[in-house]
Design a protein around this ligand. Structure first.
Ligand code: UDX
Length: 435
C-alpha cells in the first residue's frame, strides 16, 4: 500500500522504516528543515537500535522517501499515519495542536478516499472529536482508525516486530481489516474495538506500568523503615504470575517522554470528565518524590550539601538512549546546585541534550572517571552498563571522604562497595558501611 507517515520522531520514523521494509511504499513527512535534510542525506536524527540498517535498505530500495510537503504526499496515499508529537502542557493537558494542524491540512487536500491512522498517543475521545471537527467534513470519504503504539524508546524496532498485541480502534470492520494488513508480517494477537476504547488501552497500559513502578517504590521506602530488603522482596513478589517480575525495579522512578506525559494527561482527562483519579494522582506524586528522596539521602550522608562535591553518573532517563526528557538526573542536579553543592555529571550519549537543560556551573563529561575526581559522593542515576562495571577501586582512589554512593537504580553491588570502604545507600535497602 501507499502510506504517508506524518512526523519523523522515534515512533513515526520507526513506523515509516518498518512499513517500508514490509514492502509498502512509504513517504515520511517532516516539517523541521534540519531534521528533513538529515533524513534526506542519510543521517538518522535519532538513535534507535537496528533502525539504521532498516532505514538504509528501504531508502536504497526506494520504498522510503521524505518530504515536508504533506499536501503533495497525500495525493497518492491509501493510508495516512499521524505520528506527530502530543506533548504535555504545564497543567498536564495534552497539547494536540500538531494533530489539529495536520488533520486540517489532510482534510483540505483530500481529493480521494483514504484511511487516517492515528499512531500518536491522544486522550480517549480525541478520535471522535477529530472525525466530527475535521474528517466528516472532507469532500471525499475519510475513514479514521486509532492504532496506538507500545514501543519502548531505544528498542522500538524490536518492539515493532514483537508487540504483545496490535490494537485497532475503528467504526467499521472493513477499514479495520485494511489497517491490520499493515501488520500481516507480524506474529501477534490483533484486537479490534471502537476508537475511544483503543485510545483508552494506550493510556491505561502506560498508567498501569507507571503504577507498578510507584507501588514498588513505596514498598521500597517502607522496607527501609522496617529493615526489609527490596532486592529480596520485589523478585519474590514478581514470582506471582498475576503480578509478574517486570516493572518492579525500585529506585529514582520513571522519566522519559511517555509515562510522565501520559499519566498527567490521563489525570487531566479524568478531572475534565468530572472524575478524580486518586490512585493515578498518587502515582504521579510518589514518582516526583523519589527524586527529592535522592537529594535527602545525599544530604544526610554528607552532613549537608553546601560546598559538597557530588558526581552524578547518568543523565538519560534510561540506558541506551540520549533522551533526557523528564529524566530524574536533571531535576536532582538542579536541586543539588540550588542547595549549594558542586556537581559534575557523566553520560555516554546524553551530554549534548543535557547541557542546555543544566546550570552552566555543572561540569559535564562522557568520561565517568573525569567527573569523579575529588567527589565526596556519587549518585548513580542511570544504570548504563559501563557505569555498573567501573573500576570501583580506581573510583575510590579518585574520590575523597566520606566516599558515599547513592545507587539510584539499585544496580550496584553493596557488599563489594562496602568492602572497598564506600558508604553504600540504595532505595529500599539499608545503608551499608564497613565496621
Ligand atoms: C514506555 C512503555 O514501556 C512503552 O510501552 C510506551 O509505548 C512508551 O513508554 P519508555 O518510556 O521508552 O516506554 O521506557 P521504559 O523502558 O518503559 O521505562 C520507562 C521508565 O520507567 C524509565 O525511566 C525507567 O528507568 C523506569 N523504570 C522502568 C523504573 O523505574 N522501574 C522499572 O521497573 C521499570
Amino acid at each position: 500500500m501507499k502510506i504517508v507517515v506524518v512526523g519523523m520522531g522515534y515512533v513515526g520514523l520507526v513506523a515509516a522504516c518498518c512499513l517500508a521494509r514490509s514492502g509498502h511504499q512509504v513517504i515520511g513527512v517532516e516539517s523541521a528543515p534540519e531534521k528533513l535534510s538529515k533524513l534526506r542525506s542519510g543521517i538518522l536524527p535519532l538513535y534507535e537500535e537496528g533502525l539504521e540498517e532498516v532505514y538504509r535498505k528501504t531508502v536504497e530500495s526506494q520504498h522510503l522517501s521524505f518530504t515536508d510537503d504533506l499536501r503533495e504526499a497525500i495525493e497518492v496515499a491509501d493510508i495516512i499515519m499521524i505520528a506527530v508529537g502530543t506533548p504535555s502542557l504545564p497543567d498536564g493537558r495534552v497539547d494536540l495542536s500538531q494533530v489539529y494542524e495536520v488533520s486540517g491540512t489532510i482534510c483540505e487536500a483530500a481529493d480521494h478516499p483514504f484511511i487516517v491512522v492515528m499512531k500518536s498517543t491522544v486522550p480517549p475521545g480525541t478520535g471522535k472529536y477529530l472525525i466530527e471537527r475535521f474528517f466528516s467534513k472532507a469532500r471525499v470519504p475519510i475513514s479514521y482508525v486509532s492504532n496506538p503504539e507500545f514501543l519502548r524508546e531505544g528498542i522500538a524496532v524490536w518492539d515493532w516486530y514483537h508487540p504483545d498485541r496490535i490494537v485497532v480502534g475503528c467504526d467499521d470492520a472493513r477499514t479495520a481489516e485494511k489497517v491490520l494488513e499493515l501488520y500481516s508480517d507480524i506474529e501477534a494477537p490483533k484486537v479490534t474495538m471502537d476508537i475511544t476504547s483503543a485510545e483508552m488501552v494506550k493510556y491505561a497500559s502506560n498508567a498501569f506500568l507507571a503504577t507498578k513502578i510507584s507501588f514498588i517504590n513505596e514498598i521500597a521506602n517502607l522496607c527501609e523503615l522496617v529493615g526489609a530488603d527490596i532486592k529480596a522482596v520485589a523478585p519474590a513478589v514478581g514470582m506471582d504470575k498475576r503480578i509478574g517480575p517486570h516493572f518492579l525495579q525500585a529506585g529514582l522512578g520513571y522519566g522519559g517522554s511517555c509515562f510522565p506525559k501520559d499519566t498527567k494527561g490521563l489525570d487531566f482527562v479524568s478531572t475534565f470528565n468530572g472524575y478524580s483519579f486518586n490512585l493515578l494522582k498518587a502515582v504521579i506524586e510518589v514518582n516526583a518524590k523519589q527524586r527529592i528522596l535522592a537529594v535527602r539521602k545525599l544530604h544526610k550522608l554528607l552532613g549537608g550539601l553546601v560546598g559538597r562535591r557530588i558526581a552524578v553518573l547518568g543523565l538519560a532517563f534510561k540506558p541506551n538512549t540520549d533522551d533526557i526528557r523528564e529524566a530524574p538526573a536533571i531535576d536532582i542536579i538542579r536541586y543539588l546546585v540550588d542547595e549549594g553543592a558542586e556537581v559534575a555529571a557523566a553520560d555516554p550519549l546524553a551530554i549534548r541534550n543535557a547541557a542546555s537543560q543544566l546550570p552552566p556551573c555543572v561540569k559535564l563529561s562522557p568520561d565517568p572517571y573525569e567527573v569523579l575526581h575529588g567527589a565526596q559522593a556519587v549518585l548513580l542515576a542511570t544504570e548504563w552498563p559501563q557505569f555498573i562495571v567501573l573500576d570501583w577501586g580506581k573510583v575510590k582512589g579518585l574520590m575523597r571522604e566520606p566516599f558515599v554512593i547513592v545507587d539510584g537504580r539499585n544496580a550496584l553491588d553493596p557488599e563489594k562497595l562496602t568492602e572497598l570502604g564506600f558508604i553504600y545507600c540504595g532505595f529500599g535497602v539499608l545503608p551499608k558501611f564497613r565496621g
